[in-house]
Design a protein around this ligand. Structure first.
Ligand code: NAD
Ligand code: MN
Length: 367
């Protein structure tokens, strides 16, 4: 019997509630679905840890992940909006240190969940967000001009290398996802057309940075005959992307975007399916993956046992999928879908009054 070692990094706020929920679900997987024994390793990181110890991402955590973990689950971190000397976000650091170059974010409508518009719309998008550069290189500077007025400048870095990897991931996943989705959704696959990749950019204004992004992703496509044959591509400027996504979310399949556009689009997409508490993600590199709910630490609801654990549970399923445990991953997705569809275990973000622990137990029972 093989084994799978998962590092658990709850970090801050509701991370401390939803990561234990995800662990409980993984522990409930029967051995016919999950052939490997899962071992967990509790690891520290976060803003609260920084306040106590002066480090947000301890070296031991990185060493444990690199040394003997096969993957990890990360909760959320309470990064302050103002600059704090010596602090930088541990998840941004982890993505860099482990070279997790793509953030993969499936956004699927769920039966039973009320959406932003109050209507249920069929949504089945996969957002691939470049994860290592763009404005998130955090090269900012506060300066003063000759008249004593303050101004601030930030650098935005786009490389051919990172754009190529993100593009490659997008087209590859567009091809793979057909079969995958059929396995994991309750009913029919929602996207019924030829796989499509939408390239998001703003190269009408940022012709050099976004121009390089756009051209590189297009080159990845054009230089692969399989992609050209089996995948359609389209381009969308980021602002009209937001508009179209809200008007006709059913028009999108795979979306590939530079880091910051991807961040913003995916939070918006979460509103379309009802709640940030439903949307999982995986930070994926060459041979390591970190599952991470898209939401933050939600200080407004932390500690009340009302956070929606589904995003974290689905992130655990994404990690299983990334490690090749497809049967276990499908079972977790399906159990979560069933619990949502029953309408009996909805947390307050979805209009219900179920507790985090009740939803988690219901998902475990479905396994
Ligand atoms: P947030 O995602 O924490 O919360 C936004 C809103 O959604 C809040 O009303 C919250 O209650 C709700 N919400 C989020 N997750 C939920 C869940 N699982 N169940 C029910 N409701 C949920 O975003 P924010 O308020 O902008 O940020 C709060 C903190 O989180 C900040 O310090 C921010 O830096 C941090 N943050 C961290 C990450 C990360 O760790 N990757 C991502 C985004 C924000
Ligand atoms: Mn975000």
């Amino acid at each position: 019997q093989s084994s799978l070692t998962i590092g658990l990094i709850p970090a801050d706020g509701i991370g401390k509630e939803v990561i234990p929920a995800a662990r409980q679900v993984l522990e409930a997987l029967p051995s016919d679905l999950m052939p490997a024994k899962i071992q967990f390793e509790d690891l520290d990181a976060g803003f609260e840890l920084f306040q106590k110890t002066g480090t947000a991402l301890p070296e031991e955590t990185i060493q444990a992940l690199k040394g003997h973990c096969d993957g990890a689950l990360f909760g959320a971190v309470s990064s302050p909006s103002h600059k704090v000397a010596g602090y930088s976000s541990p998840i941004v650091g982890l993505r860099k240190k482990l070279d997790l170059y793509a953030n993969v974010r499936p956004v699927l409508s769920a039966a039973g969940a009320k959406t932003a518009s109050g209507k249920t719309r069929p949504i089945d998008m996969l957002i691939i967000r470049e994860n290592t550069e763009c404005l998130y290189i955090k090269d900012e500077e506060l300066l003063t001009d000759k008249d004593g007025h303050k101004y601030a400048v930030a650098k935005r870095k786009i490389t051919e290398f990172a754009s190529k990897r993100a593009g490659q991931m997008a087209f590859t996943m567009a091809l793979q996802r057909d079969a995958m989705r059929r396995e994991v959704t309750l009913g029919e696959r929602i996207w019924k057309h030829k796989p499509k990749v939408t390239i998001v950019h703003k190269s009408n204004v940022l012709s050099i940075t976004d121009g390089l992004w756009r051209e590189t992703v297009r080159e990845v496509y054009e230089s692969n005959s399989e992609f050209v044959k089996s995948v359609d591509i389209e381009e969308q400027l980021v602002d009209s992307m937001v508009y179209r996504m809200f008007r006709e979310p059913e028009a999108f399949d795979v979306i590939v975007a530079p880091n910051m556009y991807g961040d913003i689009i995916s939070d918006g997409a979460a509103a379309l399916v009802g709640s940030l508490g439903l949307v999982p993600s995986a930070n994926v590199g060459e041979n390591f993956a970190v599952g991470e709910p898209v939401h933050g630490s939600a200080p407004d609801i932390a500690g009340k046992n009302i956070a929606n654990p589904i995003a974290a549970i689905r992130s655990a399923a994404m990690l299983l999928e990334n490690k090749g445990y497809n049967a276990a991953a499908s079972a977790v997705y399906r159990a979560a879908d069933k619990v949502l569809a029953s309408g009996k275990y909805l947390t307050p973000d979805l209009g219900g009054n179920a507790k985090t622990t009740e939803v988690t137990e219901a998902v475990c029972r479905e396994l």
